[in-house]
Write a protein that binds this ligand. Structure first.
Ligand code: G6P
Ligand code: BGC
Ligand code: BGC
Length: 924
C-alpha cells in the first residue's frame, strides 16, 4: 500500500485529493493552510478537560481501579527518597530507549556532599533498525557489546562494576533491580522481551559477553533519572519530566495513596506513563486526521496516543503528513512532493526545531526544505514554519496539561492549596526546540495558577540521576548482604534441627538414667492423667509465668469452674529474700480467701511452681535453681513446699493444706488431659520454656518400679548448658546470656522464650546499626536500653496485616526515625529470631513424641500436647512453625497441639484432686 493509500485516500485525477473525506479542496490555498493549522489549535477548555481527565485517570490507577481504556499506568519505581547527596562511588550507567535509536553508556563518579562535581564520561551508540525490531536477545547483546567497547577505553581493569540501567519503557517494578517490560514504545518492538525481567535479560547478555564483571544493581525509568539528577543545590526536584522521542513524567507520591504498596508513610516515586493516556472524551476533540494517520502507520496502532501528539519521534512525522497533504492539494511546493516528503520519518525533530528557531531565518528554512528535496517558495517556507509552530505548540500545551494534572495530584496528595515545586526536565525536545519550554511554562501557569513551578534542566540527561539511584541501590544491596550475613546463623537447616532432635534424645536418655546431662528429666510423681472422676474444691497457686495467680478450682460432674486473681510479684520481691517472696505469696492467698469468702477454710492446695525442682514426692520439691529473672535468696536447694508452709505458719490463723507442687508444664498437661486423654505432653513457651511428658516408669532410673508411667519434667530450658548447642549460638545469644542474671544457664530457653527474644532482636538491631545498615548508623540511647524491645513487639510486628505500619509505630515509640527499608529489615530480623525459636521448640517436641512412640514400640503414635505461654499463644506464626517442624522431624507421630484455656492452675488443682482421690482424703 503506497503512502497515499495508507492515508486511506484515493488519488483522484486533476483534482488534488484532500484527506478529510468530503472536505472540498477550497480554492484558495491560505484557507486550506489555515484550516489545517486550525486543527492543531487546542482551546483552554480542551486543555483543562485533558488536565481533569488525566488527573482522574491517575487517581483511579493509584487506587488500583484503572479502567484500561484511558489508563495512565502510575507505576511505583521503588525510589523512596530524593537524593541526599551522600552517595559516593563510581558507577556505570546504561541508557536505553530515552533517545530512540541510540543507547548511551556513561561513567559517573559521585563525590558525595563535600566533593566537587566530576563530569561524567559518556559514549553514544546508534542502534540499528533491525536490532530495534529483532529478537530481544540481539538487542541486549548489542547493549552488552557497547558496554564493553566503552569500558575498553577506560582504565577499569577487572574491578567489579556497579551498573544503573536506565530503561525508558513502561515496566512493572518489583524491586530496585527487578522490572518487567509491559509493552514497547517509541519504535522498539523486539520479540521475547515484553513480560520479561529486563534486568535479568541484561545480566544474561553481560554474562554472555563475559568481558567485565558488572553487577546490574538498579533499573530506573528515564524520568526518574532526570528527577534524581537535579542539582542538589537547586532541588530537590520532586517531578521528572521527559520529552525526547517519547514523553513521560514521574513524581513523588505519598506512599499511603498507592494501593499496591503496603506502606503508609513516606513517599514513593511514581512513573505516570502518561504516553498511554487516551481518554477519547478528552483527546477525541483535539485528535486530527494527521494524528490518526500517524497512529495508523505506527508500530503500535492505538497505543501511546497521547505520546504520539507530543514525543519528538512523532513531531516531525506530524509536520510531514501535513506538508504532504498540503503539497498534494497543490497548496504547497506547487503540488510537488519529494521522496523525503512522502517517506515515513522523512522529517525529523531536528528539522522542525531548526525551522522553528526564530534565529534560523528564512534562508535556513529554505536550506532544510531543499535538503528534503523540495523547492519552496518564500510563502511555502513561511507556511512550513506555521505548520511546525502549530504542531509543536500543541505538543507543548498538551504536555503542560498533563504536567498540570500531576501538579494538581501533588496538591491533593499533600493537601496543600498552593504548591512550590521544582520540575526536572530532560530530553532533546527541551534541549533543541526553542519555544517548547516557554509554551509549556505559560500553559502550566494558566492551568495551575496556584503552583509556583521552577523548571530545572537535568544534568547530562539524567545519567547522574541514574547513578544516584544506583548508588542508593548499591547501598541497599550492600545492606541486604550484611543483613543476610547477620541473619544467616538464625536460619537453621533441616539437618541442624534433626541434630538438635537427636542431641535432645541423647540428653533425655542420659538424664533418665541419672547420667550427666543438660536435661535433668525430673520425676514429678504424677503417674496418671485425670480420668474425669475428680471432684471437689481446691486452691491453686500459679507462680513463674508472666503473672502470679491464686485460683479457686471447683471440680464437679459438669466440669471445672475457676475463680482466679492475678497478683504482681515485684522485681524486688522476685530478687529479694526467699522469706519475703513466700510471705508475699501467702499475703496474696489470704487476700484471695477474704475476697472469695474462704477465710478460715483449709482447702487442699496445688502449687504450680514453674522452676526446676527435684521432687521427692508430690508435695516435695527441692528448687534446683531459679530461672526467668527470679533470684530470691535462700531458696535454691530448699523444699519450696516447706518454704510455703513456713510462711503460712508465720502468718498465724491461716490454714492451708499444700497437697501437691507441680511444674507449669505438668499443670498444663493435666489441664488439657482433663479434656483429651491423648494429652501426654505439656509444653510451655512463655517467659520461659519447658516440656514434660508421660515416660515409662521402667525408664526412670531414679524412681522404683517397672510398670506404669511417670510424668517427667524435662527442664529443657537448660538443654545445651553443657555446650552442646554452641554451634547454633550466635554472637547475639552470647550477648543476651552474658547480660542475664544466670549466664551460661538456660541456653535453650534463651534461644526460644519470651524473656529473651526481644533482647536477641535488640542486640541484632544494634549490630546492624553499627554496620550502618539500619537507621543510617545512628545508635540511639533508647535502643541501647536493656529489655526496651519487648518480645510482644515481635508478635505485633510479624502480624500479617499492617506489618510495616506496626514496625514504624513501635520503633518511633522507641525514638527511632526510620526509612521503609529500615522497617522491612527490622521485620526480617524479628522473623529470623522467632522462626529459629519455633523451629528449635519443634525439634524438642519431635524428640519427645518420638521417644514416646519408641517407648511403646508403635509404628505410628497419636498424641496431644497441652500448650501454654504468652509467646506461643500470641505470636502469629510461632505455633504453626512448631507444628510444621514436628511434622518434618517426627513424621510417624500425629501430634495435636491443645492450647490450654485455664492455665496450669487448673492442672495443679486436678493433680491435687487425683492425689486426694488416690489418698482417699476428704475433699470438702
Ligand atoms: C500460663 C500458666 C502458667 C505458666 C504460663 C507460662 O499462664 O498458667 O503456669 O507459667 O502460662 O506463660 P507465660 O507467658 O505467662 O510465661
Ligand atoms: C515510555 C516511558 C519513558 C518515555 C520517555 C515512553 O514511551 O513509555 O517509560 O519514560 O517514553 O522516554
Ligand atoms: C523453668 C521451668 C518452667 C519454664 C516455663 C523455665 O524457666 O525452669 O520449670 O516450666 O520456665 O515456665
Amino acid at each position: 500500500m503506497d503512502f497515499i493509500g495508507s492515508l486511506g485516500l484515493q488519488q483522484r485525477e486533476g483534482v488534488p485529493s484532500c484527506p478529510q473525506e468530503g472536505l472540498p479542496c477550497p480554492s484558495n490555498s491560505s484557507e486550506l493552510v489555515q484550516e489545517c493549522l486550525q486543527q492543531f489549535k487546542v482551546t483552554g477548555a480542551q486543555l483543562r478537560q485533558i488536565q481533569i481527565s488525566l488527573l482522574d485517570s491517575m487517581e483511579q490507577a493509584l487506587k488500583g481501579q484503572a479502567s484500561p481504556a484511558s489508563a495512565v499506568r502510575m507505576l511505583p519505581t521503588y525510589v523512596g527518597s530524593t537524593p541526599h547527596g551522600t552517595e559516593q562511588g563510581d558507577f556505570v550507567v546504561l541508557e536505553l530507549g530515552a533517545t530512540g535509536a541510540s543507547l548511551r553508556v556513561l561513567w559517573v563518579t559521585l563525590m558525595g556532599i563535600e566533593g566537587h562535581k566530576m563530569e561524567p564520561r559518556s559514549q553514544e551508540f546508534v542502534i540499528p533498525q533491525e536490532v530495534m525490531l529483532g529478537p530481544g536477545q540481539q538487542l541486549f547483546d548489542f547493549a552488552a557489546r557497547c558496554l564493553s567497547e566503552f569500558l575498553d577505553a577506560l582504565p577499569v581493569g577487572n574491578q567489579g562494576l556497579q551498573l544503573g540501567f536506565s530503561f525508558s519503557f513502561p515496566c512493572h517494578q518489583t524491586g530496585l533491580d527487578k522490572s518487567t517490560l509491559i509493552s514497547w514504545t517509541k519504535g522498539f518492538r523486539c520479540s521475547g522481551v515484553e513480560g520479561q525481567d529486563v534486568v535479568q535479560l541484561l545480566r544474561d547478555a553481560i554474562q554472555r559477553q563475559g568481558t567485565y564483571s558488572i553487577d546490574v544493581v538498579a533499573v530506573v525509568n528515564d524520568t526518574v533519572g532526570t528527577m534524581m539528577g537535579c542539582e542538589p543545590g537547586v532541588g530537590p526536584c520532586e517531578v521528572g519530566l521527559v520529552v525526547d522521542t517519547g514523553t513521560n513524567a514521574c513524581y513523588m507520591e505519598e506512599a499511603r495513596h498507592v494501593a499496591v504498596l503496603d506502606e503508609d508513610r513516606g513517599r514513593v516515586c511514581i512513573s505516570v506513563e502518561w504516553g498511554s493516556f487516551s481518554d477519547d472524551g478528552a483527546l477525541g476533540p483535539v485528535l486530527t486526521i494527521f494524528d490518526r494517520t500517524l497512529d495508523h502507520e505506527s508500530l503500535n496502532l492505538g497505543a501511546q496516543r497521547f505520546e504520539k501528539m507530543i514525543g519528538g519521534l512523532y513531531l516531525g512525522e506530524l509536520v510531514r503528513l501535513v506538508l504532504a497533504h498540503l503539497a498534494q492539494c497543490g497548496v504547497l511546493f506547487g503540488g510537488y512532493t519529494s521522496p523525503a516528503l512522502l517517506r515515513q520519518g522523512g522529517i525529523l525533530l531536528e528539522h522542525v526545531a531548526e525551522i522553528e528557531d526564530p534565529s534560523a531565518g528564512a534562508a535556513r528554512v529554505h536550506a532544510i526544505l531543499q535538503d528534503l528535496g523540495l523547492n519552496p517558495s518564500a510563502s511555502d517556507a513561511e507556511f512550513v514554519q506555521h505548520v511546525c509552530a502549530a504542531v509543536c505548540t500543541r505538543a507543548a500545551q498538551l504536555c503542560a496539561a498533563a504536567l498540570a494534572a500531576v501538579l494538581s495530584r501533588l496538591q491533593h496528595s499533600r493537601e496543600q492549596q498552593t504548591l512550590q515545586i521544582a520540575v526536572a526536565t530532560g530530553g532533546r525536545v527541551f534541549e533543541r526546540h526553542p519555544r517548547f519550554l516557554s509554551i509549556l511554562q505559560e500553559t502550566v501557569m494558566l492551568l495551575a495558577p496556584e503552583c509556583d513551578v521552577s523548571f530545572i534542566p537535568s544534568v547530562d540527561g539524567g545519567g547522574q540521576g541514574v547513578a544516584m539511584v544506583t548508588a542508593v541501590a548499591a547501598r541497599l544491596a550492600a545492606h541486604r548482604c550484611l543483613l543476610e550475613e547477620t541473619l544467616a546463623p538464625f536460619r537453621l537447616t533441616r539437618e541442624q534441627l534433626a541434630a538438635v532432635q537427636a542431641q535432645m534424645r541423647e540428653a533425655m536418655a542420659k538424664g533418665l538414667q541419672g547420667e550427666a546431662s543438660s536435661l535433668r528429666m525430673l520425676p514429678t510423681y504424677v503417674r496418671d492423667t485425670p480420668d474425669g472422676s475428680e471432684r471437689g474444691d481446691f486452691l491453686a497457686l500459679d507462680l513463674g509465668g508472666t503473672n502470679f495467680r491464686v485460683l479457686l478450682v471447683h471440680v464437679a460432674t459438669g466440669g471445672v469452674q475457676i475463680t482466679s486473681q492475678i497478683y504482681s510479684i515485684p522485681e524486688c520481691v522476685a530478687q529479694g529474700s526467699g522469706q519475703q517472696l513466700f510471705d508475699h505469696i501467702v499475703d496474696c492467698i489470704v487476700d484471695f480467701q477474704e475476697k472469695q469468702g474462704l477465710s478460715g477454710q483449709s482447702l487442699p492446695l496445688g502449687f504450680t511452681f514453674s522452676f526446676p525442682c527435684t521432687q521427692l514426692g508430690l508435695d516435695q520439691g527441692i528448687l534446683l535453681n531459679w530461672t526467668k529473672g527470679f533470684n530470691a535468696s535462700d531458696c535454691e536447694g530448699q523444699d519450696v513446699v516447706c518454704l510455703l508452709r513456713e510462711a503460712i505458719r508465720r502468718r498465724q490463723a491461716v490454714e492451708l493444706n499444700v497437697v501437691a507442687i507441680v511444674n507449669d508444664t505438668v499443670g498444663t498437661m493435666m489441664s488439657c488431659g482433663y479434656e483429651d486423654p491423648h494429652c501426654e505432653v505439656g509444653l510451655i513457651v512463655g517467659t520461659g520454656t519447658n516440656a514434660c511428658y508421660m515416660e515409662e516408669l521402667r525408664n526412670v532410673a531414679s524412681v522404683a518400679g517397672d510398670s506404669g508411667h511417670m510424668c517427667i519434667n524435662m527442664e529443657w530450658g537448660a538443654f545445651g548448658d553443657d555446650g552442646s548447642l554452641s554451634m547454633l549460638s550466635t554472637r547475639f545469644d552470647a550477648s543476651v546470656d552474658q547480660a542475664s542474671i544466670n549466664p551460661g544457664k538456660q541456653r535453650f530457653e534463651k534461644m526460644i522464650s519470651g524473656m529473651y527474644l526481644g533482647e536477641i532482636v535488640r542486640h541484632t538491631l544494634l549490630h546492624l546499626t553499627s554496620l550502618g545498615v539500619l537507621f543510617r548508623g545512628q545508635q540511639t540511647q533508647r535502643l541501647q536500653t536493656r529489655d526496651i524491645f519487648k518480645t510482644k513487639f515481635l508478635s505485633e510486628i510479624e502480624s500479617d496485616s499492617l506489618a510495616l505500619r506496626q514496625v514504624r509505630a513501635i520503633l518511633e515509640d522507641l525514638g527511632l526515625s526510620l526509612t521503609s527499608d529500615d522497617a522491612l529489615m527490622v521485620l526480617e530480623v524479628c522473623q529470623a529470631v522467632s522462626q529459629r525459636a519455633a523451629q528449635l521448640c519443634g525439634a524438642g517436641v519431635a524428640a519427645v513424641v518420638e521417644k514416646i512412640r519408641e517407648n511403646r514400640g508403635l509404628e505410628e503414635l497419636t498424641v496431644s500436647v497441652g500448650v501454654d505461654g504468652t509467646l506461643y499463644k500470641l505470636h502469629p506464626h510461632f505455633s504453626s512453625l512448631v507444628a510444621a517442624t514436628v511434622r518434618e522431624l517426627a513424621p510417624r507421630c500425629v501430634v495435636t497441639f491443645l492450647q490450654s484455656e485455664d492455665g496450669s492452675g487448673k492442672g495443679a488443682a486436678l493433680v491435687t484432686a487425683v492425689a486426694c482421690r488416690l489418698a482417699q482424703m476428704p475433699c470438702v
